[in-house]
Design a protein around this ligand. Structure first.
Ligand SMILES: *[C@@H]1O[C@H](CO)[C@@H](O)[C@H](O)[C@H]1NC(C)=O
Ligand SMILES: *[C@@H]1O[C@H](CO)[C@@H](O)[C@H](O)[C@H]1NC(C)=O
Length: 428
């Protein structure tokens, strides 16, 4: 009996084990398929490392969905939750550049961190870079992770003083506070007594920013350029895939790249509404370009500045057609005046105002909704007689410069960082 029952028990166990194994097998295939489904995004192969980007995008989507659920349950503003995760992740990035001293202080009441390479006193005066981080005017941790490393890398390789401005962000504050914080900190730093304190040559100060930080850098550079009361001026501006306008959410690049991570077209429109303190429901209207329909007279003075069909060459705009509805939503430009404010949308400045802007380096990526914002600004600055170096990456995507450091680096991010720092080394 015992002898016979053994194999039976064994057989029964084997059957259960077999069933378990089958179940496990089915479960694994299902999870692999659903993971692949969640991860899968049709991405152009010309993009830098599309598979890696898919994983990054899936992580962003997961966090963003969790944040949306948190907000709909009334637990937390979705931006706050995303920022908590970004900050947590950024603090994992290892620190390097031990020879760079950092000091957290305030310039005109605005929080800043100053990075200084250790130097001999005989070395004389140094150059400086004032940096504004990106993150849709609402996200980002300038003193942590990749931004911290980027500033240290600039300080180290340029042997320059770097000031990163920890401006206040949405939803705590709205336009123009972010802009004003950056402007006030810059004006404070550009005073001759302050520059002297940091051994900085007043003729060698640059302003630099990525994404929303590029927007702030362009706007602050314009303001300081035409400001007669400021003695100190910026010599150079470096704009890394800057956001420059909110009147056309259907430029060729917005159309072409609307589903390319990590900056989707709709997300960019949401960031604008958060920055300008407007109703998030207006996003549908913006995406249709209802605010700049033919019957919106307030938009008329700006149409030529944004006419990418004329400003940009055909090999850039390809087959894409402009979207200008005959009739739009009445009164929207009065209700959200920031949409027409040059301090929010530096591309709208007239040529006279652009003439006093500093020499520029503008970096753009082919697979970025903001490509045409950047390329149009290149053209407009050139029309105003400003010298511009336009650096376009055929495999570039939005945010790649933040992916130039361990653990998430992309070849194009590393190249883009090295290239703009090399340009600063030659011109600062
Ligand atoms: C700055 O100076 C220029 C020319 O000197 C003048 O046209 C302009 O009105 C001045 N701007 C301000 C804000 O005072
Ligand atoms: C856009 O404008 C048209 C014409 O006024 C209007 O019918 C439509 O509802 C508007 N769309 C949105 C999303 O507001």
């Amino acid at each position: 009996m015992a002898a016979r029952s053994e194999p039976r028990r064994g057989g029964g166990g084997g059957g259960r084990r077999g069933a378990c194994a089958k179940l496990l097998c089915v479960w694994s295939v299902c999870s692999a398929l659903s993971a692949a489904y969640l991860l899968y995004l049709p991405l152009p192969s010309a993009l830098s490392e599309p598979l890696k980007l898919m994983v990054v995008a899936a992580a962003f989507r997961g966090v963003s969905q969790a944040a949306d659920i948190g907000q709909s349950l009334g637990l937390v503003h979705h931006i706050r939750l995303i920022n908590t995760v970004v900050t947590g992740f950024e603090s994992l990035v290892p620190l390097d550049y031990e020879h760079i001293q950092t000091e957290d202080t305030e310039f005109s009441g605005v929080q800043v961190r100053v990075y200084q390479p250790s130097v001999n006193t005989q070395d004389g005066l140094r150059g400086a870079v004032v940096f504004f981080h990106g993150g849709g005017w609402s996200l980002g941790a300038p003193k942590l992770g990749s931004y911290d490393l980027l500033c240290k890398k600039m300080a180290s390789e340029l042997k320059a003083v770097v000031v990163t401005v920890d401006y206040r962000m949405a939803p705590d504050v709205r336009f123009p506070v972010q802009f004003e914080d950056c402007l006030q900190a810059s004006r404070f730093f550009l005073q001759s007594e302050v520059l002297q304190l940091y051994s900085v040559d007043p003729q060698r100060v640059a302003v630099c920013g990525d994404s929303a930080g590029g927007n702030l850098a362009a706007a602050v550079a314009q303001q300081i350029g035409r400001d007669n009361s400021t003695a100190g001026k910026f010599k150079l501006q470096v704009l890394i895939y800057p956001v420059l306008q909110a009147l056309d959410f259907n430029t060729a690049s917005y159309q072409q790249n609307q589903k390319i991570p990590i900056l989707y077209r709709e997300l960019m429109a949401h960031y604008w509404l958060e920055y300008l303190g407007a109703d998030p429901e207006l996003v549908h209207l913006l995406l249709l370009n209802n605010h700049t329909a033919h019957d919106q007279e307030l938009a008329d003075p700006h149409r030529a500045k944004l006419d990418w069909t004329r400003v940009l060459p055909k090999d850039v705009t390809k087959h894409y057609k402009p979207v200008i509805p005959a009739t739009g939503s009445p009164g929207i430009l009065q209700r959200v005046p920031g949409l027409l404010d040059v301090r929010a949308a530096p591309l709208l400045a007239d040529l006279e105002a652009l003439r006093s802007a500093p020499r520029a380096y503008i970096m753009t990526g082919e697979h970025d909704v903001l490509r045409d914002d950047g390329l149009m600004y290149v053209r407009r600055l050139q029309q105003a007689g400003v010298s511009v170096t336009s650096r376009h990456y055929e495999d570039g995507f939005h945010g790649c410069v933040s992916f130039a450091f361990w653990p998430s680096y992309f070849a194009v991010g590393i190249r883009a960082v090295d290239d703009y720092i090399a340009w600063l080394r030659d011109h600062l």
